[in-house]
Design a protein around this ligand. Sequence first.
Ligand SMILES: Cc1ncc(COP(=O)(O)O)c(C=O)c1O
Length: 427
Amino acid sequence: MIDCAIRPFYRLFMTLDTATVVFEPRGTTATEAAITIDDRYVAHNYSPLPVVAASADGAWITDVEGRRYLDCLAAYSAVNFGHRNPEITEVAHAQLDTVTLVSRAFHSDRLGSLCSALADLCGKDMVLPMNSGAEAVESGLKVARKWGTDVKGVATDAANIVVAHNNFHGRTTTIISFSDDEAARRGFGPYTPGFRAAPFGDADAFAAAIDENTVAVLIEPIQGEAGIVVPPDDFLPRLRSLCTERNVLLIADEIQSGLARTGRTFACEHWGVVPDVYLLGKALGGGVVPLSAVVADADVLGVLHPGEHGSTFGGNPLAAAIGSTVVAMLRRGEFQCRSAELGDRLHRRLRELIGRGVVAVRGKGLWAGVDIDPASGTAKSVSLRMAHRGVLVKDTHGSTLRFGPPLVITADEIDWAVEQFAAALVE
Ligand SMILES: Cc1ncc(COP(=O)(O)O)c(C=O)c1O
Protein backbone atom coordinates (compact mmCIF):
# COMPACT_ATOMS: atom_id res chain seq x y z
CA MET A 1 0.00 0.00 0.00
CA ILE A 2 1.33 3.41 -0.93
CA ASP A 3 0.28 6.26 1.31
CA CYS A 4 -0.47 9.19 -1.01
CA ALA A 5 -1.23 11.48 1.90
CA ILE A 6 2.42 12.15 2.59
CA ARG A 7 2.99 13.24 -1.02
CA PRO A 8 0.67 16.22 -1.39
CA PHE A 9 2.38 17.59 -4.50
CA TYR A 10 1.79 14.52 -6.62
CA ARG A 11 -1.03 12.73 -8.28
CA LEU A 12 -0.43 9.00 -8.17
CA PHE A 13 -0.73 6.90 -11.30
CA MET A 14 -0.36 3.19 -11.18
CA THR A 15 -0.16 1.24 -14.43
CA LEU A 16 -1.14 -2.14 -13.19
CA ASP A 17 0.08 -4.11 -16.17
CA THR A 18 3.64 -2.85 -15.75
CA ALA A 19 3.33 -2.10 -12.03
CA THR A 20 4.97 1.24 -12.74
CA VAL A 21 4.25 4.01 -10.30
CA VAL A 22 4.42 7.54 -11.67
CA PHE A 23 4.21 10.66 -9.55
CA GLU A 24 3.00 13.52 -11.67
CA PRO A 25 3.25 16.94 -10.08
CA ARG A 26 0.21 19.20 -10.26
CA GLY A 27 0.44 22.46 -12.18
CA THR A 28 4.23 22.75 -12.25
CA THR A 29 6.93 22.90 -14.89
CA ALA A 30 9.07 19.85 -15.52
CA THR A 31 11.93 21.63 -13.73
CA GLU A 32 9.84 22.38 -10.65
CA ALA A 33 8.49 18.83 -10.66
CA ALA A 34 11.95 17.28 -10.69
CA ILE A 35 13.26 19.61 -8.00
CA THR A 36 10.22 18.95 -5.82
CA ILE A 37 10.83 15.20 -5.96
CA ASP A 38 14.53 15.71 -5.24
CA ASP A 39 13.74 17.93 -2.26
CA ARG A 40 11.39 15.34 -0.87
CA TYR A 41 13.40 12.17 -1.46
CA VAL A 42 17.06 13.01 -1.99
CA ALA A 43 19.21 13.67 1.08
CA HIS A 44 19.98 17.38 1.29
CA ASN A 45 23.75 17.03 1.23
CA TYR A 46 24.11 19.30 -1.82
CA SER A 47 22.65 22.64 -2.83
CA PRO A 48 22.43 22.34 -6.62
CA LEU A 49 21.59 25.08 -9.10
CA PRO A 50 17.96 24.79 -10.27
CA VAL A 51 18.87 23.15 -13.59
CA VAL A 52 17.52 19.66 -14.29
CA ALA A 53 19.64 17.80 -16.82
CA ALA A 54 17.83 15.49 -19.20
CA SER A 55 20.56 14.78 -21.74
CA ALA A 56 24.10 15.87 -22.57
CA ASP A 57 26.47 15.78 -25.48
CA GLY A 58 30.07 17.02 -25.70
CA ALA A 59 30.28 20.27 -23.74
CA TRP A 60 26.51 20.83 -23.64
CA ILE A 61 23.74 19.81 -21.24
CA THR A 62 20.05 19.99 -22.19
CA ASP A 63 17.48 20.36 -19.42
CA VAL A 64 13.99 18.92 -19.08
CA GLU A 65 12.51 22.02 -20.76
CA GLY A 66 14.79 21.66 -23.77
CA ARG A 67 17.07 24.58 -22.76
CA ARG A 68 20.74 24.11 -23.55
CA TYR A 69 23.64 25.00 -21.24
CA LEU A 70 27.34 25.13 -21.89
CA ASP A 71 28.82 22.94 -19.14
CA CYS A 72 31.78 24.76 -17.60
CA LEU A 73 32.11 22.37 -14.64
CA ALA A 74 32.41 18.96 -16.32
CA ALA A 75 31.23 17.18 -13.15
CA TYR A 76 34.27 18.48 -11.29
CA SER A 77 36.59 17.12 -14.03
CA ALA A 78 34.93 13.70 -14.29
CA VAL A 79 33.75 14.61 -17.80
CA ASN A 80 37.10 15.82 -19.16
CA PHE A 81 36.54 14.05 -22.48
CA GLY A 82 33.04 15.45 -22.97
CA HIS A 83 29.60 14.07 -22.24
CA ARG A 84 29.04 10.73 -23.93
CA ASN A 85 32.34 10.83 -25.76
CA PRO A 86 31.68 8.44 -28.66
CA GLU A 87 34.98 6.59 -28.30
CA ILE A 88 34.16 5.84 -24.67
CA THR A 89 30.47 5.04 -25.10
CA GLU A 90 31.23 2.64 -27.96
CA VAL A 91 33.52 0.62 -25.70
CA ALA A 92 31.02 0.84 -22.82
CA HIS A 93 28.17 -0.46 -24.99
CA ALA A 94 30.29 -3.36 -26.25
CA GLN A 95 31.38 -4.26 -22.72
CA LEU A 96 27.77 -4.10 -21.46
CA ASP A 97 27.03 -6.85 -23.95
CA THR A 98 29.97 -8.98 -22.80
CA VAL A 99 30.61 -9.05 -19.03
CA THR A 100 30.29 -6.25 -16.48
CA LEU A 101 31.14 -7.60 -13.03
CA VAL A 102 32.71 -10.73 -11.62
CA SER A 103 34.31 -9.25 -8.46
CA ARG A 104 37.97 -9.84 -7.73
CA ALA A 105 37.14 -13.38 -6.69
CA PHE A 106 38.00 -14.22 -10.32
CA HIS A 107 40.17 -12.66 -12.98
CA SER A 108 38.65 -10.80 -15.90
CA ASP A 109 40.17 -10.33 -19.33
CA ARG A 110 39.95 -6.53 -18.92
CA LEU A 111 41.65 -5.62 -15.64
CA GLY A 112 45.22 -6.58 -16.48
CA SER A 113 45.28 -4.52 -19.65
CA LEU A 114 43.91 -1.47 -17.81
CA CYS A 115 46.47 -1.79 -15.03
CA SER A 116 49.44 -2.34 -17.33
CA ALA A 117 48.47 0.63 -19.54
CA LEU A 118 47.79 2.91 -16.55
CA ALA A 119 50.97 1.88 -14.75
CA ASP A 120 52.88 2.64 -17.96
CA LEU A 121 51.18 6.04 -18.34
CA CYS A 122 52.26 6.89 -14.78
CA GLY A 123 55.73 5.36 -15.12
CA LYS A 124 54.99 3.04 -12.19
CA ASP A 125 54.84 -0.72 -11.62
CA MET A 126 51.37 -1.47 -10.31
CA VAL A 127 47.79 -0.30 -9.91
CA LEU A 128 45.23 -0.78 -7.15
CA PRO A 129 41.79 -0.26 -8.77
CA MET A 130 38.97 1.25 -6.71
CA ASN A 131 35.79 3.22 -7.50
CA SER A 132 35.33 6.70 -6.03
CA GLY A 133 38.03 9.28 -5.53
CA ALA A 134 37.61 9.17 -1.76
CA GLU A 135 38.21 5.41 -1.88
CA ALA A 136 41.44 5.95 -3.78
CA VAL A 137 42.54 8.44 -1.12
CA GLU A 138 41.57 6.07 1.71
CA SER A 139 43.42 3.27 -0.06
CA GLY A 140 46.49 5.45 -0.56
CA LEU A 141 46.51 6.32 3.16
CA LYS A 142 46.22 2.66 4.12
CA VAL A 143 49.02 1.70 1.73
CA ALA A 144 51.23 4.47 3.16
CA ARG A 145 50.60 3.34 6.74
CA LYS A 146 51.29 -0.30 5.82
CA TRP A 147 54.44 0.75 3.97
CA GLY A 148 55.48 2.71 7.05
CA THR A 149 55.09 -0.32 9.28
CA ASP A 150 56.39 -3.02 6.93
CA VAL A 151 59.13 -1.17 5.03
CA LYS A 152 60.12 2.00 6.88
CA GLY A 153 59.93 0.32 10.28
CA VAL A 154 57.63 2.79 12.03
CA ALA A 155 56.17 1.29 15.21
CA THR A 156 52.66 -0.15 14.84
CA ASP A 157 49.98 2.57 15.08
CA ALA A 158 52.59 5.35 15.43
CA ALA A 159 52.56 6.59 11.81
CA ASN A 160 51.64 10.13 10.88
CA ILE A 161 50.83 11.69 7.50
CA VAL A 162 51.39 15.36 6.67
CA VAL A 163 48.65 17.11 4.67
CA ALA A 164 48.06 20.68 3.49
CA HIS A 165 45.72 23.19 5.05
CA ASN A 166 42.62 23.85 2.95
CA ASN A 167 42.92 20.42 1.37
CA PHE A 168 40.04 18.59 -0.19
CA HIS A 169 40.42 14.84 -0.61
CA GLY A 170 36.84 13.57 -0.25
CA ARG A 171 34.21 12.90 2.34
CA THR A 172 34.92 9.74 4.31
CA THR A 173 35.39 9.83 8.08
CA THR A 174 39.17 9.55 7.90
CA ILE A 175 39.47 12.14 5.14
CA ILE A 176 37.32 14.75 6.90
CA SER A 177 39.40 14.10 10.02
CA PHE A 178 42.19 16.16 8.42
CA SER A 179 39.99 18.74 6.69
CA ASP A 180 39.90 22.41 7.76
CA ASP A 181 36.36 22.76 6.45
CA GLU A 182 34.11 22.99 9.50
CA ALA A 183 30.98 22.23 7.46
CA ALA A 184 32.58 18.97 6.33
CA ARG A 185 33.73 18.05 9.88
CA ARG A 186 31.28 19.35 12.45
CA GLY A 187 29.22 16.62 14.08
CA PHE A 188 31.06 13.75 12.38
CA GLY A 189 33.61 12.98 15.10
CA PRO A 190 35.35 11.19 16.65
CA TYR A 191 38.05 11.74 14.08
CA THR A 192 40.83 9.48 12.81
CA PRO A 193 44.16 10.41 14.44
CA GLY A 194 47.55 10.42 12.75
CA PHE A 195 47.44 13.54 10.56
CA ARG A 196 49.09 16.92 10.83
CA ALA A 197 48.71 19.90 8.52
CA ALA A 198 51.05 22.55 7.11
CA PRO A 199 50.21 25.58 4.96
CA PHE A 200 49.90 24.77 1.24
CA GLY A 201 52.87 26.25 -0.57
CA ASP A 202 55.14 26.46 2.49
CA ALA A 203 57.82 23.77 2.06
CA ASP A 204 59.61 24.88 5.26
CA ALA A 205 56.46 24.21 7.28
CA PHE A 206 56.20 20.76 5.70
CA ALA A 207 59.84 20.10 6.58
CA ALA A 208 59.12 21.07 10.18
CA ALA A 209 56.01 18.87 10.34
CA ILE A 210 57.83 15.71 9.20
CA ASP A 211 59.32 13.53 11.95
CA GLU A 212 60.72 10.01 12.16
CA ASN A 213 57.19 8.55 12.19
CA THR A 214 56.01 10.38 9.10
CA VAL A 215 55.15 7.89 6.38
CA ALA A 216 53.67 10.18 3.74
CA VAL A 217 52.99 13.69 2.55
CA LEU A 218 49.57 13.87 0.85
CA ILE A 219 49.09 16.81 -1.46
CA GLU A 220 46.88 18.12 -4.26
CA PRO A 221 49.44 19.59 -6.71
CA ILE A 222 46.90 22.35 -7.39
CA GLN A 223 44.20 22.70 -4.75
CA GLY A 224 40.85 22.34 -6.51
CA GLU A 225 38.03 22.85 -4.04
CA ALA A 226 40.07 25.55 -2.27
CA GLY A 227 39.63 27.65 -5.44
CA ILE A 228 42.18 26.33 -7.98
CA VAL A 229 45.15 27.42 -5.91
CA VAL A 230 48.50 27.04 -7.70
CA PRO A 231 51.51 26.70 -5.36
CA PRO A 232 54.76 28.68 -5.69
CA ASP A 233 57.06 27.12 -8.30
CA ASP A 234 59.54 25.78 -5.74
CA PHE A 235 56.93 24.06 -3.56
CA LEU A 236 56.46 20.66 -5.21
CA PRO A 237 60.15 20.24 -6.18
CA ARG A 238 61.12 21.00 -2.57
CA LEU A 239 58.51 18.57 -1.24
CA ARG A 240 59.90 15.95 -3.63
CA SER A 241 63.46 16.40 -2.31
CA LEU A 242 62.25 16.50 1.28
CA CYS A 243 60.32 13.24 0.93
CA THR A 244 63.28 11.52 -0.73
CA GLU A 245 65.73 12.74 1.94
CA ARG A 246 63.45 11.81 4.87
CA ASN A 247 62.23 8.46 3.44
CA VAL A 248 58.63 9.62 3.22
CA LEU A 249 56.17 8.78 0.42
CA LEU A 250 55.02 11.73 -1.68
CA ILE A 251 51.37 11.05 -2.56
CA ALA A 252 49.86 13.27 -5.26
CA ASP A 253 46.08 13.44 -5.29
CA GLU A 254 45.54 14.05 -9.01
CA ILE A 255 41.89 13.03 -8.84
CA GLN A 256 40.72 16.44 -10.05
CA SER A 257 43.94 17.97 -11.40
CA GLY A 258 45.08 14.94 -13.41
CA LEU A 259 44.26 13.31 -16.73
CA ALA A 260 44.75 16.36 -18.99
CA ARG A 261 42.79 18.90 -16.93
CA THR A 262 45.71 21.33 -16.56
CA GLY A 263 47.27 20.85 -20.00
CA ARG A 264 49.50 17.98 -18.89
CA THR A 265 48.65 14.38 -18.14
CA PHE A 266 49.41 15.10 -14.47
CA ALA A 267 49.56 18.52 -12.83
CA CYS A 268 52.82 17.48 -11.11
CA GLU A 269 54.48 17.60 -14.55
CA HIS A 270 54.28 21.41 -14.54
CA TRP A 271 57.07 21.32 -11.97
CA GLY A 272 58.88 18.22 -13.25
CA VAL A 273 57.90 16.29 -10.14
CA VAL A 274 57.18 12.55 -10.03
CA PRO A 275 55.40 11.49 -6.84
CA ASP A 276 55.78 8.04 -5.28
CA VAL A 277 52.05 7.47 -5.43
CA TYR A 278 49.41 8.84 -7.81
CA LEU A 279 45.78 8.92 -6.71
CA LEU A 280 43.50 9.04 -9.76
CA GLY A 281 39.74 9.07 -10.23
CA LYS A 282 36.99 11.12 -11.82
CA ALA A 283 37.93 11.32 -15.56
CA LEU A 284 39.50 7.84 -15.39
CA GLY A 285 35.92 6.49 -15.60
CA GLY A 286 35.29 8.51 -18.77
CA GLY A 287 32.30 10.26 -17.21
CA VAL A 288 30.48 6.93 -17.42
CA VAL A 289 31.41 4.84 -14.37
CA PRO A 290 33.21 5.49 -11.09
CA LEU A 291 36.78 4.28 -11.50
CA SER A 292 39.70 5.33 -9.32
CA ALA A 293 43.18 4.02 -8.75
CA VAL A 294 46.27 4.09 -6.57
CA VAL A 295 49.34 3.83 -8.80
CA ALA A 296 52.82 3.19 -7.40
CA ASP A 297 55.91 1.03 -7.63
CA ALA A 298 55.98 -2.56 -6.39
CA ASP A 299 57.97 -1.69 -3.25
CA VAL A 300 54.99 0.43 -2.18
CA LEU A 301 51.86 -1.32 -3.50
CA GLY A 302 53.50 -4.67 -2.86
CA VAL A 303 52.79 -4.22 0.86
CA LEU A 304 49.18 -5.31 0.24
CA HIS A 305 48.42 -9.00 0.53
CA PRO A 306 45.20 -10.97 -0.02
CA GLY A 307 42.53 -10.04 2.50
CA GLU A 308 44.14 -6.76 3.56
CA HIS A 309 42.18 -4.46 1.24
CA GLY A 310 39.54 -4.71 -1.46
CA SER A 311 36.35 -3.60 -3.14
CA THR A 312 33.62 -5.64 -4.83
CA PHE A 313 33.29 -3.29 -7.79
CA GLY A 314 36.92 -2.12 -7.92
CA GLY A 315 38.38 -2.83 -11.35
CA ASN A 316 35.21 -4.43 -12.72
CA PRO A 317 35.33 -5.33 -16.44
CA LEU A 318 33.02 -2.48 -17.52
CA ALA A 319 35.09 0.14 -15.68
CA ALA A 320 38.34 -1.49 -16.80
CA ALA A 321 37.31 -1.42 -20.48
CA ILE A 322 36.38 2.25 -20.18
CA GLY A 323 39.53 3.08 -18.22
CA SER A 324 41.71 1.41 -20.86
CA THR A 325 40.08 3.58 -23.52
CA VAL A 326 40.69 6.69 -21.40
CA VAL A 327 44.36 5.78 -21.04
CA ALA A 328 44.66 5.20 -24.81
CA MET A 329 43.05 8.61 -25.45
CA LEU A 330 45.49 10.26 -23.03
CA ARG A 331 48.39 8.54 -24.78
CA ARG A 332 47.54 10.47 -27.96
CA GLY A 333 48.09 13.77 -26.13
CA GLU A 334 45.37 15.70 -27.94
CA PHE A 335 43.35 16.46 -24.79
CA GLN A 336 46.43 17.74 -22.98
CA CYS A 337 47.14 20.04 -25.99
CA ARG A 338 43.56 21.27 -26.18
CA SER A 339 43.59 22.06 -22.47
CA ALA A 340 46.90 23.93 -22.69
CA GLU A 341 45.98 25.96 -25.81
CA LEU A 342 42.35 26.69 -24.99
CA GLY A 343 43.30 27.23 -21.35
CA ASP A 344 45.55 30.12 -22.40
CA ARG A 345 42.59 31.64 -24.17
CA LEU A 346 40.25 31.08 -21.19
CA HIS A 347 42.72 32.67 -18.75
CA ARG A 348 43.43 35.59 -21.10
CA ARG A 349 39.72 36.32 -21.54
CA LEU A 350 39.00 35.96 -17.82
CA ARG A 351 41.91 38.24 -16.87
CA GLU A 352 40.41 40.95 -19.10
CA LEU A 353 37.60 41.12 -16.52
CA ILE A 354 39.91 41.99 -13.62
CA GLY A 355 38.64 45.32 -12.30
CA ARG A 356 35.25 44.69 -13.97
CA GLY A 357 33.74 42.43 -11.32
CA VAL A 358 36.71 40.04 -11.11
CA VAL A 359 39.41 40.38 -8.46
CA ALA A 360 41.77 37.51 -9.37
CA VAL A 361 42.14 34.61 -11.80
CA ARG A 362 44.20 31.49 -11.01
CA GLY A 363 44.81 28.09 -12.51
CA LYS A 364 46.37 26.16 -15.35
CA GLY A 365 44.93 24.84 -18.59
CA LEU A 366 41.16 24.66 -18.82
CA TRP A 367 40.86 25.04 -15.06
CA ALA A 368 40.37 28.48 -13.58
CA GLY A 369 39.42 29.82 -10.16
CA VAL A 370 37.96 33.32 -10.39
CA ASP A 371 37.51 35.53 -7.33
CA ILE A 372 34.44 37.74 -7.67
CA ASP A 373 34.32 41.33 -6.45
CA PRO A 374 31.70 41.29 -3.65
CA ALA A 375 30.12 44.36 -5.31
CA SER A 376 29.02 42.03 -8.13
CA GLY A 377 27.37 39.59 -5.69
CA THR A 378 28.31 36.24 -4.22
CA ALA A 379 29.77 33.55 -6.44
CA LYS A 380 26.54 31.59 -6.00
CA SER A 381 24.40 34.52 -7.19
CA VAL A 382 26.67 35.04 -10.20
CA SER A 383 26.48 31.31 -11.02
CA LEU A 384 22.65 31.55 -10.94
CA ARG A 385 22.72 34.52 -13.31
CA MET A 386 25.06 32.59 -15.60
CA ALA A 387 22.75 29.58 -15.57
CA HIS A 388 19.94 31.86 -16.77
CA ARG A 389 22.28 32.87 -19.58
CA GLY A 390 23.04 29.25 -20.47
CA VAL A 391 26.43 28.68 -18.80
CA LEU A 392 26.95 26.28 -15.89
CA VAL A 393 29.73 26.98 -13.39
CA LYS A 394 30.12 26.23 -9.69
CA ASP A 395 30.88 28.46 -6.76
CA THR A 396 33.26 27.61 -3.95
CA HIS A 397 34.06 29.38 -0.67
CA GLY A 398 31.53 32.18 -1.14
CA SER A 399 33.40 34.41 -3.55
CA THR A 400 35.14 32.07 -6.01
CA LEU A 401 33.81 30.57 -9.25
CA ARG A 402 35.37 27.56 -10.91
CA PHE A 403 35.61 27.16 -14.65
CA GLY A 404 36.54 23.63 -15.71
CA PRO A 405 34.71 22.79 -18.94
CA PRO A 406 34.96 19.48 -20.79
CA LEU A 407 38.19 19.59 -22.79
CA VAL A 408 36.20 19.22 -26.03
CA ILE A 409 34.96 22.80 -25.65
CA THR A 410 35.82 25.07 -28.62
CA ALA A 411 37.47 28.49 -28.70
CA ASP A 412 34.20 30.14 -29.77
CA GLU A 413 32.35 28.48 -26.91
CA ILE A 414 34.96 29.75 -24.44
CA ASP A 415 34.52 33.28 -25.78
CA TRP A 416 30.77 32.98 -25.50
CA ALA A 417 30.96 31.64 -21.94
CA VAL A 418 33.20 34.52 -20.84
CA GLU A 419 30.85 37.03 -22.53
CA GLN A 420 27.94 35.59 -20.52
CA PHE A 421 30.09 35.78 -17.38
CA ALA A 422 30.93 39.44 -18.06
CA ALA A 423 27.25 40.23 -18.56
CA ALA A 424 26.24 38.31 -15.41
CA LEU A 425 28.75 40.29 -13.34
CA VAL A 426 27.04 43.59 -14.14
CA GLU A 427 23.44 42.33 -14.12
C1 LIG B 1 41.39 16.31 -5.16
C2 LIG B 1 40.20 15.42 -4.86
N1 LIG B 1 40.41 14.27 -4.21
C3 LIG B 1 39.39 13.44 -3.94
C4 LIG B 1 38.10 13.76 -4.30
C5 LIG B 1 36.98 12.82 -3.96
O1 LIG B 1 36.47 12.20 -5.10
P1 LIG B 1 35.03 11.51 -5.07
O2 LIG B 1 34.02 12.61 -5.00
O3 LIG B 1 34.96 10.73 -6.35
O4 LIG B 1 35.00 10.64 -3.86
C6 LIG B 1 37.85 14.96 -4.98
C7 LIG B 1 36.48 15.33 -5.36
O5 LIG B 1 36.17 16.44 -5.74
C8 LIG B 1 38.93 15.81 -5.26
O6 LIG B 1 38.75 16.97 -5.91
